[in-house]
Design a protein around this ligand. Sequence first.
Ligand code: ZN
Length: 402
Amino acid sequence: MTSPDLLCDMASDMASDMAGESAPDTPPLFNSREWLRYTRHIQLPQIGASGQARLKQSKVLVIGCGGLGSPLLLYLAAAGIGHLTVVDGDSVELTNLQRQIAYTEHDLGQPKALTAQQHLQALNSSIEVQAIDQALTVDTGEALVKGHDLIIDCTDNFATRYLINDLCVQWQKPWIFASVYQFSGQCALFVSGGACFRCLFPEPPRDVPDCNAGGVLGVLPGMVGTLQANEAIKYLVGLPTPLSDNLLLVEALDLEFRRIQLQSNPDCMACGKPKQPEQLSYAYEASCGAEISTDTDEPLLVSPEQFNQDRDDGATLILDVRSDEERRAFHIGGDHLAPGKLSKLAELDEATTYFPGEVKIICYCQSGQRSLEAAQQLCNAGLKAYSLAGGLAAWLHHQQTL
Ligand SMILES: [Zn+2]
């Protein structure tokens, strides 16, 4: 409980902070409902009335409202950040609900930015929330970055992070980076004059798929997104931010947290001298790594539509090449051949004995990688084999759209 004396002191601090001693009649920054709402912040000596006022006067740009953006945005809205801009061009999908806690089953198919805006305004109607229902681009990025005090990256790809970085270096804006993959997370606060994202990653790392391809523990973006919110609030209030010029590594499996001091790279093409702006844009359009191939120009791949047609014609053998555990948990029919067995058949040159010679075989697995390898093995053995592009994940997605 807050004592009347403490509230009185806060009000007095507030009046002198916000209005100045010489202008006692200036309308207060907070109405009585807001003042009550933020009591637990105002009670903290490190935040107080002046810190809460700074939060109210802040404009924060959040790029991406998925697994990281969900908890981050909820906490920033609850904390009373005066203006939030939410940028995301995606719609809510069923696979998002395992971790993207800003959405419910009612939101499936709805644009994320607009849906997040509605939920955030329902949480706190005294703040402004602007929704931009498209991904950040070179064309829109500059004005957005210039118009905000702090930029927060909640995306899942390196191309957008390079764009955010270069705009923030150019306009001397602070930004908070985070990424999650499987059980590992990373987080850093880049400030003008310190190391930048390109000092840390001069080139996009190879073979780092995003969490759509590699999986992610649902609670991990919750942990890392909450850490981003923690650093954002401290930064905006003016408290020390240990993540400045530091990279925090979070391991959810063994619950280890490590902080690594970052060093500026004098040859960095974004923040080094001389700058090399003509080279900066090279990675904006780059892919974020080893995405699942659904390119049906690849001769061995069949689309989910083609898969359905072939499966129903009765002349095609559907072959599940996942493990026994995966088969037991879920399958969509067809025969099952565990990976070890398939290799053995290939080794013994017995594939053509095992399978009828002329039959068309379509292999499937979870994401389409193992089934492509299996199809290649069967083709090498002289069979007519294909792979379901994108695997069960793409097929299930396709079935939802029917
Ligand atoms: Zn740099």
